[in-house]
Design a protein around this ligand. Structure first.
Ligand code: ADP
Ligand code: MG
Length: 375
């Protein structure tokens, strides 16, 4: 297991730079990161933001144009991938097809001449953690395994090999929902048990939160923020991170701050509590409110504004619901109890302790709620 450090890594594909003559942003644009030994870091961001390129550069499959990659403070920038001791799993990972599952796992030990005892011990532990029925998978020919089974054998194989770094690129996105959930629990248990340093790319936010001790948010080849889920959620570095993290997303409203109130549209306004009336600059602003940061009433209520409801999304397993609606052209998503009645119109105001405030033309926040003291 290694600590992994990226120092100012740039990776530009010439092909993209030449499109239309104008040079575009590099796939990786001065990335600096430090991934602790034994930590699992998730990487999220829109398609094309450089997640796969980041993994390839860490693995040595792509060479950076500039910058350095270090494993345990040793520069491996020019060390070939097979000498780095990385385990890699991709969305459609190919196993050695001629071998049965067991052979896939033990191949590494045969090549590296590990002791039979060591091999069996680690195999046993891995198979145990992969859960009931995994032994059976191991004895079958790869060709007879389903996609999901292959992927689980592939993951186990990587873990048995004791890699310095484990790199996974959307490893379970092809599996159905149930198997995805089960496989991610198995993976998390194995990674924690063996303390393997892991970089885990996914477009699924729930998966990123579940797998990652910390999360990297990328956009256009840059790291926007690298922190715990709570920090990304409550203290986002900018509006991009605030909007990406959280489902349904934060509602963002354009407002005008005047006379200790926030005007939303048509003269409709919320009166501000004193600390915000004094603390916020006058003029145009944007406020962000998370679904759980709204107070919602069925009847007209003091200091609440009406919103037109488009639909109510009921989450029966969570015993909760989301009211989706509009106010002044902006979307609002508000959390309510499961039994909240259907209504074409409801009345809302932000819970003022939980608002995020931005300037109209700047992404950096002006005011953040901070991480709540829940426990
Ligand atoms: P992600 O995995 O986040 O979807 P990628 O790392 O695959 O993003 O791609 C980042 C950027 O680099 C994209 O603009 C993509 O088009 C470009 N890119 C990736 N691989 C290549 C390649 N082999 N040749 C040219 N451009 C590439
Ligand atoms: Mg990708």
């Amino acid at each position: 297991m290694s600590k992994v450090t990226l120092e100012n890594v740039v990776r530009a594909y010439e092909a993209t730079a030449l499109v239309g003559g104008a040079p575009s942003r590099p796939a990786l644009d001065h990335i600096s990161l430090e991934i602790h030994e034994g930590e699992c870091v998730s990487v999220v961001g829109p398609s094309g933001c450089g997640k796969s390129t980041l993994l390839k550069v860490i693995a040595g499959l792509e060479l950076p144009n500039s910058g350095h990659i270090l494993y345990d403070n040793v520069d491996v920038t020019h060390v070939p991938p097979q000498a780095r001791g990385v385990g890699m799993i991709f969305q459609d990972y190919a196993l050695y097809p001629a071998r049965e599952g067991q052979g896939n796992l033990s191949y590494y030990f045969e090549v590296r001449k590990k002791s039979e005892e060591e091999k069996q011990q680690r195999l046993r532990e891995t198979a145990e953690m992969m859960g009931i029925g995994f032994d059976l998978l191991l004895s079958r020919q790869v060709g007879t395994l389903s996609g999901g089974e292959r992927q689980r054998v592939g993951i186990a194989r990587c873990i048995v090999r004791d890699p310095n770094v484990f790199l996974m690129d959307e490893p379970i996105s092809n599996l159905d929902a149930k198997l995805r959930e089960r496989t991610r629990v198995e993976m998390k248990r194995l990674l924690t048990r063996f303390g393997i340093t892991t970089v885990y790319v996914t477009h699924d936010q729930q998966e990123a939160i579940f797998m990652g001790d910390r999360i990297v948010v990328m956009r256009s080849g840059r790291v926007e923020q690298f922190d715990s889920f709570d920090a990304l959620y409550y203290t986002p570095a900018n509006l991009f991170v605030a909007s990406l993290i959280g489902t349904p997303p934060i509602s963002v409203l354009s407002v005008e701050h005047a006379d200790t109130a926030l005007y939303v549209h048509d003269g409709q306004h919320w009166s501000l509590p004193d600390h915000l009336a004094v603390g916020l600059p006058a003029g145009r602003l944007r406020i962000g409110v998370r679904p759980e940061g709204w107070q919602v009433a069925l009847e007209a209520t003091p200091n609440c504004l009406p919103i037109s409801v488009s639909h109510i999304e009921r989450l029966y397993t969570e015993r909760a619901a989301y009211v989706h609606g509009q106010i002044g052209g902006a979307s609002v998503n508000a959390l309510v109890p499961l039994d909240f009645p259907d209504a074409p119109r409801v009345y809302i105001q932000p819970d003022w302790e939980h608002v995020y405030v931005f300037y109209p033309d700047e992404e950096t926040p002006l005011h953040l709620p901070g991480v709540p003291d829940l426990f």
